[in-house]
Design a protein. Structure first.
Length: 346
């Protein structure tokens, strides 16, 4: 198994109202990364995430699923979650171990009850957020209307970093407002921005640069002195502002058609925080005292179990996130809930 440094990890939870496209987005990301060679469909019961018989029968997610994939030298741990609030425990467990909440919003339905609830869950654990406006290929899809609904529903600064090229049946891809490229088709082939979008793209590109500059003292000084920020500096400023919760980057696409997904994955590598960038966590020592720990493999072991499952072939499975130290099989670790040591299995 390939090993990754902490800075190469991205832990991203997919949140949203039921049927907003979380499972389909996870499927497209797995396909683009080469983890699977064919995209499954929720309607056919062929997705990686919804593998349980009941999930296949109902065509909805009933529990969280972990979908790891490699993208450009980084490992993205995608956590797919149920959208229906009967399974809120799964959603809250997932937000607890993620470093970024990617909230999916239906471009037709807009902000829904589930959108507001998952926003609150991310708030409860101080999770940075980004928004993916999905289903841009559907009839009555409207990016600007959906963006306006987000601005009215939540107290945050929403910053589009992409614009859709076309919409509904004519949806072709996205314009990246950081590098100014038009990215069309499932492979995100770079090309010229459509002439009828040029003015809007330039206006929003400048607005995005201003927002990025405000996220970093050095960048705002440079910008106020009349210098234009580089692409890397814009990403740096947006990431800093997103980490504080002040700014929410907005992306768009159509997950089932794999449109806008490669640009999204590139953005997750550039903008989503690594565990190290999220900073220290508070853990409990065997003595019952609280201690701040940095994500350091040489530090004391601190891990959180966020899911257990029974597999008919391998038995009980335990999913956990390591916040500090290193977990190895057959090691003895202290269980803070049971107040005793126990052995870690294979």
């Amino acid at each position: 198994m390939k090993e990754y440094k902490t800075d190469q990890l991205r832990n991203v939870v997919l949140l949203g109202h039921g049927s907003s496209g979380k499972t389909s987005l996870g499927e497209a990301m797995l396909f683009n990364s080469g983890a699977i060679n064919r995209m499954g469909r929720v309607e056919d019961g062929t997705t990686v995430s919804d593998y349980d018989e009941e999930e296949i029968r109902r065509r909805i997610s009933l529990s969280l699923s972990l979908l790891p994939c490699e993208w450009k030298g980084h490992k993205i741990n995608i956590i797919d979650t149920p959208g229906y609030m009967d399974f809120v425990g799964e959603v809250k467990s997932a937000t607890r171990v993620a470093d970024l909440a990617l909230i999916l919003v239906d471009a037709v339905a807009g902000v829904e009850v589930g959108t507001e609830l998952v926003w609150q869950y991310a708030d409860e654990v101080g999770l940075p957020r980004a928004v993916f406006i999905n289903k841009m290929n559907r009839d009555n899809a409207d990016f600007r209307r959906t963006l306006q609904a987000l601005e009215q529903a939540f107290d945050a600064t929403f910053v589009p970093v992409q614009l859709p090229i076309g919409s509904q049946a004519d949806f072709q891809g996205v314009v990246d407002l950081i590098n100014g490229q038009a990215l069309r088709g499932p492979q995100a082939e770079a090309g010229e921005v459509p002439a009828d979008m040029a003015d809007e793209v330039e206006e929003l590109r400048i607005s995005t640069m201003e927002t990025a500059a405000e996220g970093d003292d050095e960048l705002i000084t440079k910008y106020l002195e009349g210098e234009e920020l580089t692409e890397e500096e814009v990403r740096q400023g947006l990431k800093a502002a997103m980490l504080t919760g002040e700014v929410v980057p907005v992306f768009c696409g159509a997950a089932t058609e794999n449109l806008g997904i490669i640009p999204l994955m590139d953005a997750l590598i550039a903008l989503a925080p690594s565990p190290r960038e999220r900073g220290p966590v508070v853990a409990q020592t065997p003595a019952g005292e609280e201690e701040e720990l940095l994500p350091d493999e040489a530090g004391p072991l601190a891990a959180l179990v966020f899911k257990t499952a029974a597999d008919p072939y391998v038995g009980k499975l335990t999913y956990f996130r390591v916040y500090s130290g290193t977990m190895v099989s057959d090691a003895r670790v202290f269980n803070s809930r049971a107040r005793e040591e126990e052995r870690i299995g294979q």
